[in-house]
Design a protein around this ligand. Structure first.
Ligand SMILES: [Zn+2]
Length: 227
């Protein structure tokens, strides 16, 4: 079935005033079924944060949808670690920007998702949790009916049920967005006052983190001076 652009960009559409009107449309192929599809590209100003590029592709043939965020390549001076204490079902509707370089941790569920596992997303806390469930339970490559993996399947299903309980507010957890590039954001629903349930830490990246972001290569001039 057909999806409108407004549906694809739902979280951003809440803030129409801050969204630029221009939409770039270009032809691509569906990453799932390879049928011709179109991608809408839009520059969006996220309140109290910055402008990002949102690319939404909807495939008319197979229904596959992607909604990907590009932070425009700029890396912040410091990394950002955002910890949200989920205490209320209303936390699910908080806007959330997860950049391509952001890892996700849910300590109570012993869950960690590396930076490359899920692309850049502009979504909500609920949307991210559903993506996590989809990625780990529904799309998990190890779940394919093999009897030796039954135990693993059981554990994954339990994990999926816990995610559902977090979404319905039955289970409270902390969700941590750790982005060494500093390009991730979680909506402070108390703005401009500080958010009592959210902690934002800025940190200096390690050599390894700079390496992973490809930033060390850009500093070759400095190293050459030392040699
Ligand atoms: Zn398709």
């Amino acid at each position: 079935h057909l999806q409108t652009e407004e549906e694809a960009l739902e979280p951003a559409a809440n803030d129409l005033d801050t969204m630029r009107n221009e939409v770039l449309v270009f032809n691509t192929n569906c990453p799932e079924c390879n049928a011709p599809a179109s991608t809408n590209m839009k520059l969006v100003q996220i309140p109290h944060f910055k402008e990002v590029i949102i690319m939404a592709t909807n495939c008319d043939s197979c229904g596959h949808r992607t909604n990907e965020v590009k932070s425009g390549g700029a890396t912040e001076e410091l990394g950002t670690k955002i910890t949200l204490n989920i205490t209320d079902p209303s936390d699910m509707s908080r806007d959330l920007l997860k950049s391509e370089t952001c890892s996700i941790l849910i300590p109570e569920l012993e869950f960690e998702l590396g930076m490359a596992a899920l692309g850049g997303k502009f979504t909500t806390v609920e949307g991210l949790l559903k993506d996590i469930k989809d990625l780990t339970v529904a799309k998990n490559p190890f779940v394919c009916g093999d009897s030796s993996t039954a135990d693993r399947v059981q554990k994954l299903n339990e994990f999926g049920e816990k995610i559902d309980k977090v979404i319905t507010g039955e289970v409270n957890v902390h969700i941590i967005l750790d982005d060494p590039a500093g390009n991730s954001y979680l909506q402070n629903v108390y703005a401009p006052d500080p958010d009592p349930e959210m902690v934002i830490e800025k940190y200096t990246r390690s050599f390894e983190q700079n390496e992973e972001l490809g930033l060390n290569d850009m500093k070759t001039e400095g190293y050459q001076q030392e040699s």
